[in-house]
Design a protein around this ligand. Structure first.
Ligand code: FES
Length: 364
């Protein structure tokens, strides 16, 4: 093996915390922007197309973690990108649009996520993208295109208006180059002055029959706003589609909601009469702090109670941000793919979704 390849192979991105630099900012539409990143040291950004990273930011002097799907493909591994839509009231996405610029450095956690085309394989796929939910599906499509994969791709991109079509020219380019790619765009409506002669409205039985008459034989990847995904699921269920072949990207409760839940739990707990004998002690060995918590309280909650701030992103076991190592005691963890089997074998757990089954010691 050449020295060059050895060098590359020893510097491969793995799930964890990485310092990256924003190397390019690209306006995709009037309210969608792609931010491209490279690591501050040379790294090959391999990941599974469809996975996401979690940004560690500081907004108004407050630490904020937020997860975004990677829109680029690992077939172009020296850089990776996320594509973000500006949303009314969206604290983090709007901050990124207004502040993040070329040359800025920040920390990201990941990559991680089960919604990807490496763990879920198929020869014939139907990709259903609602708005900026196109990002993981774009990553998969770029990967299949770049690697000349023998995958029959039917891609439906649903947007509000023609002005909101993301990656329009790149998708059309791919559509023009390979026969195993079929692109359809459905605009909810078009405004005066818009030039549009394609599908309008929403995905329904008639449009599916025209665009993907063989959809029953395809594996479906769907990503978009929750109402969009719910409408798709209802339609497919009604049409008798085997939902084992349906996969969707679901980030669950946003961190703000998770935080609200935690506050609510803390307030409820304050009013409860606690049976001391049912509590487990959680000790943080590096910080020399310990606290007793109830069996249904998470290790992350235990840390908060003694003033320790374990980084947290999704709060539901997806992003892997809150990973800590348990050195003594038993725990129960119910995660959503945010940790690898190797990490679990090494004693790591996701503190946001892990509760004690005995007194435990944490390396933190
Ligand atoms: S915060 Fe995302 S896995 Fe715990």
């Amino acid at each position: 093996m050449s020295t060059y390849l050895q060098a590359n192979n020893t510097q491969i991105w793995a799930n964890g915390r990485h310092l990256v630099e924003c190397v390019k900012v690209i306006a995709e539409t009037h309210d969608v922007t792609t931010f491209c990143f490279s690591s501050t040291t040379p790294v090959m950004h391999f990941f599974k197309p469809g996975q996401f990273v979690t940004f560690e930011l500081e907004i108004d002097q407050q630490p904020v973690m937020r997860s975004y799907t990677i829109s680029s493909s690992p077939s172009v591994p020296y850089s990776f990108s996320v594509t973000i839509k500006r949303v009314p009231g969206g604290q983090v996405s709007n901050w990124l649009h207004d502040n993040l610029k070329q040359g800025d450095e920040l920390a990201v956690h990941g990559p991680t996520g089960l919604f990807n085309c490496i763990d879920i394989t198929a020869d014939k796929v139907l990709l259903l993208a609602g708005g900026v939910g196109i990002t993981p599906l774009m990553s998969m499509t770029r990967w299949w295109f770049d690697t000349n994969a023998d995958v029959d791709i039917n891609f439906i991109h649903c947007t509000r208006t023609p002005k909101d079509i993301i990656f329009d020219r790149e998708l059309s380019f791919m559509d023009s180059r390979i026969s195993n790619f079929n692109l359809s765009i459905i605009c909810e409506r078009y405004d005066i002055g818009d030039s549009w002669s394609g599908f309008t409205g929403f995905v329904d039985q008639n449009k599916l029959a025209i665009i993907a008459p063989d959809f029953m034989e395809r594996t479906i990847f769907c990503c978009g706003p929750t109402p969009f995904m719910n409408a798709i699921k209802n339609l497919l269920t009604r049409l008798g589609f085997d939902m084992n072949n349906y996969h969707e990207e679901s980030f669950g409760a946003p961190p703000e909601s998770a935080q609200q839940d935690a506050i609510q739990q803390a307030e409820t707990a304050a009013e409860e009469v606690i049976d001391e004998s049912s509590l487990f002690q959680v000790e943080f060995s590096e910080s020399d702090k310990k606290v007793k918590i109830k069996p249904d309280e998470t290790l992350h909650t235990a840390a908060s109670k003694v003033g320790l701030r374990i980084p947290k992103g999704c709060g539901i076991g997806i992003c892997g941000t809150c990973k800590v190592r348990v050195t003594e005691g038993d725990v129960t963890m119910s995660h959503n793919g945010g940790i690898t089997d190797e990490d679990v074998a090494d004693g790591y757990v996701l503190s946001c979704c892990c509760v004690p089954k005995s007194n435990v010691k944490i390396e933190y």
